[in-house]
Ligand binder design. Structure first.
Ligand code: FAD
Length: 564
């Protein structure tokens, strides 16, 4: 939190005298991993207006920092998605005579500020504009950039232009709403009420796009002494060490499931907001399932209209699947709530649990909540539990040889809903929210494996991996987090399975060995079938006894609470 404040103070420093450019100067927008779009992008829109005012060309810089990708366990799928989107953005920007330059930095990530400042010096940049990222290392990096330029202004050495950082990733930025005592919220419900009140009391500001469009550079930019050559610069096809493991097969699957390009986010949102819920047609590819045509009453009959029930059914196609696009910033979260507001058609943004639209808006608020937690309690992005009484003291230790973790990762635990979900993650880079909760509970409670193992594996596998939401989700499930599931409330995989996949369609799809299992036995085959029958189908017996594991987990947590 202190870091965020320092950064806020530093970023208000203006350097008007240095802002007077030489005639070949440039204005730089630094595109980050989470704001990969031209529309409604706060820093980009601002940088573009500055460039216009100063009659200077705008250049877009993007850095692939391998050290950061490693420290964040960034998944090759997410990086591939990012590269595809950057290639698309490069074309869009070129049409506006704006070059997009990317740089792969394989050295120490702490060197990024120096690398950037050297480049800015070389380009004769007058200003650097970027959107904040709220993870602690990213806040440190930005603080270092600001301190460097401050030092350069004092010593006269190094790049000393203007640096401005913007809040863009959230609808309501971290620190903007606090409790009556002036503290950050650590409980979601009052946070969400305050979040909604903040939006509704400034509705005009939130519902009208504040960020103007990106303005084209003069066509002479193409012959600019520094920028001219950047137009021919190519976006890499992969980043060393982060290539897709499944080669071309996986690449084409990811392109099909998670496309980028003209109109993609609009179509995904349209499909969620205006077309019919499709029971028993769980997620395959957002833009490929049969087109239904618009429904007459989307407030009631569309996917969002039926979201209160639909969000809990993993065998239905009932959620938006916008998460990869929000995580990498291909769509702005503000645009999401603007669309919801428009559809609701009232005077306020709904945010209650009584309508599908309100319920969905609540989910978007979770995203902001977890970013606010990252900033207020930076330890959560440094591998620490939110609740320090669980710091290393829960006996996470039942899996000394790693066999259970491996079975969980591979979807071979003998618990069909867990295995189906883990296999969907492997195939799609995505998992339904209910299943994320079930598999996280299973790992941290039934297997008593440290939740950080699961958090890491998710980041390495998800296309929508985001530290705030992922860490928040894992710590919620492991009962170590901010406003978590109480430790004694442990999901029973079989009864969860009956609730979220009543007919077993999701399980039969992802665990083909079990396709022949009839009726409710699909949720808990070992209760009805013999070991021999299960093994004959090519499936496995449960790797733990849920009832015993549950008792053991509760004991481990109790002990931990007692000794804290
Ligand atoms: P929808 O139901 O349509 O929701 C709309 C949007 O709201 C989502 O795209 C997402 O941006 C946001 N949202 C919804 N639920 C949550 C939530 N619980 N927390 C935070 N934001 C939410 N979400 C990620 O974006 N990245 C992650 O790395 C991630 N890891 C998770 C790990 C665990 C253990 C759990 C329990 C949840 C995790 N989530 C994560 C949250 C949630 O599962 C996904 O956002 C959701 O499944 C995405 O599908 P959707 O876009 O169809 O969601």
């Amino acid at each position: 939190a202190k870091l965020y404040d320092t950064l806020r103070d530093l970023s208000t420093v203006k350097v008007e005298e240095d802002a007077k450019p030489n005639k070949d100067g440039v204005v730089v927008y630094w595109s980050r991993n989470k704001d990969l779009r031209l529309d409604d992008n706060t820093a980009l829109s601002y940088a573009s207006a500055v460039a216009q005012d100063m009659h200077l060309p705008l250049v877009v810089l993007h850095i692939f920092s391998i050290g950061d990708y490693k420290s964040h366990d960034r998944s090759p799928r997410r990086i591939d998605f990012q590269l595809r989107q950057l290639a698309y953005l490069k074309e869009q920007l070129a049409a506006l005579d704006i070059p997009l330059y990317t740089l792969t930095h394989s050295g120490n990530r702490k060197d990024v500020p120096r690398v950037v400042c050297d480049l800015l010096e070389e380009w004769g940049a007058t200003g650097l504009y970027a959107n904040l990222e709220y993870e602690v290392d990213e806040l440190r990096r930005d603080t270092e950039i600001l301190e460097r330029t401050k030092r350069a202004r004092e010593t006269g050495e190094g790049w000393k232009g203007q640096v401005e950082l913007f809040k863009d990733f959230c609808i309501v930025a971290p620190g903007e709403i606090l409790t009556k005592q002036g503290k950050p919220y650590s409980v979601y419900s009052p946070y969400q009420r305050s979040w909604l009140a903040q939006i509704n009391s400034h509705l005009g500001d939130y519902m009208h796009k504040q960020n103007g469009p990106v303005i084209a550079n003069p066509s002479s930019t193409r012959s600019h002494p520094v920028l001219g050559s950047l137009f021919s610069h190519q976006i890499p096809e992969s980043i060393p060490g982060f290539e897709l493991e499944g080669g071309e097969d996986e690449a084409s699957r990811m392109r099909r499931l998670w496309p980028v390009g003209d109109g993609v986010t609009e179509s995904i949102m349209h499909r969620f907001l205006r077309t019919k819920m499709r029971p028993a047609k769980f997620f395959e590819a957002p833009l490929e399932s049969e087109a239904d045509g618009d429904v007459a009453d989307p407030k009631k009959k569309s996917k969002i209209g039926e979201y209160c029930e639909g969000r809990n059914r993993v065998d239905w196609d009932g959620t938006s699947h916008i998460s990869p696009y929000l995580a990498a910033g291909l769509i702005s979260p503000r645009e999401c709530i603007r669309l919801a507001f428009k559809l609701a058609g009232g005077k306020e943004l709904p945010g209650g649990r009584d309508t599908g639209i309100g319920m969905w808006v609540q989910e978007i608020a979770w995203r902001d909540f977890y970013q606010a937690v990252l900033v207020a309690w930076p330890r959560v992005s440094m591998g620490k539990p939110f609740n320090l009484k669980y710091d290393g003291t829960v006996a996470w230790a039942m899996d000394n040889d790693g066999a259970k973790l491996k079975a969980w990762k591979e979807g071979r635990t003998g618990f069909p809903i867990v295995d189906a979900a883990m296999r969907s993650l492997k195939e799609q880079g995505y998992m339904h929210n209910r299943c994320r909760m079930i598999v996280a509970s299973f790992l941290s409670k039934d297997l008593l494996i440290d939740w950080r193992e699961g958090e890491k594996f998710f980041m390495q596998s998800l296309i929508d991996g985001d530290l705030g939401s992922n860490n928040g989700g894992w710590q919620w499930s492991a009962s170590t987090g901010c406003d978590p599931q109480p430790y004694f409330r442990i999901f029973n995989p079989a009864s969860q399975s009956e609730k979220v996949d009543p007919d077993g369609a999701y399980i039969r799809h992802w665990v083909p060995e079990l396709r022949g299992v009839k009726g409710k036995a699909i949720h808990d085959p070992s209760a009805k079938l013999t070991k021999k029958e299960i093994e004959k189908m090519g499936y496995v017996m449960p790797i733990v006894d849920h009832a015993k594991a549950r008792t053991k987990a509760i004991e481990a947590f109790k002990e931990c609470v007692a000794s804290a």
